[in-house]
Design a protein around this ligand. Structure first.
Ligand code: MMA
Ligand code: CA
Length: 179
């Protein structure tokens, strides 16, 4: 009540500081990654050394105790691109089961998935049959559906090594975290 009478400048300041505090994550995961894994946003990431088919890349990540990464935000999409600089990268999603229904690593039925399609994609195009896998385009970090037999780098994503814990928005320990 009081603030509205003070003037526009003060109410603007309040709106800005509110949006800043609400954009910070409410919980944060803490833990360690062993080199050459890179830590980002509560997980560890590592790019494959060479281009592989979708299935081979997925297998390579599994053998490392990881999963092929499917970014869930613009920030994570950019981070994956930065790990495989100058190369196209697989996104761990396919529509093999049902054409047009994309299922991603770590996504659950009925929940929306993050996508970053290039305009006009996905188009299931190409002479190779169908395009049931996805790559991040080196040029603009946008997604294109592409044949799963093509070969690209992939980024593997895994849990922290050893113990891990999560703090809530007050910086206090959350029980049952990182399970
Ligand atoms: C074009 C475009 C894409 C398709 C690829 C296949 C270069 O981009 O039609 O949608 O996936 O060709 O190579
Ligand atoms: Ca395509």
């Amino acid at each position: 009540m009081f603030w509205w009478k003070v003037g526009n400048l003060v109410s603007l300041t309040i709106v800005l500081s509110d949006s800043l505090s609400s954009s910070t994550p409410c919980s944060r995961r803490h833990g360690l990654c062993t080199a050459p894994w890179k830590k980002w946003g509560g997980s560890c990431y590592l790019s494959t050394q060479k281009p592989l088919t979708y299935d081979d890349a997925r297998g390579a990540c599994r053998r490392l105790g990881a999963k092929m990464a499917a970014p869930r935000s613009d920030q994570e999409n950019d981070f994956l691109a930065s790990l495989a600089q100058g190369s196209d990268i697989w996104v761990a999603c396919t529509d093999r089961r049902q054409e047009g229904e994309w299922e991603c690593e770590g996504s659950q039925d009925g929940q929306g998935i993050y996508t970053n399609w290039k305009m006009g994609e996905p188009n299931n195009a190409g002479s190779e049959g169908s395009e049931d896998c996805i790559k991040i385009r080196r040029v603009d970090k946008k997604w294109n559906d592409i044949a799963c037999e093509r070969m690209f780098l992939a980024v593997c994503k895994r849990q922290f090594v050893g113990s891990c814990f999560t703090t809530n928005n007050e910086g206090r320990l959350e029980v049952d975290s990182c399970l």
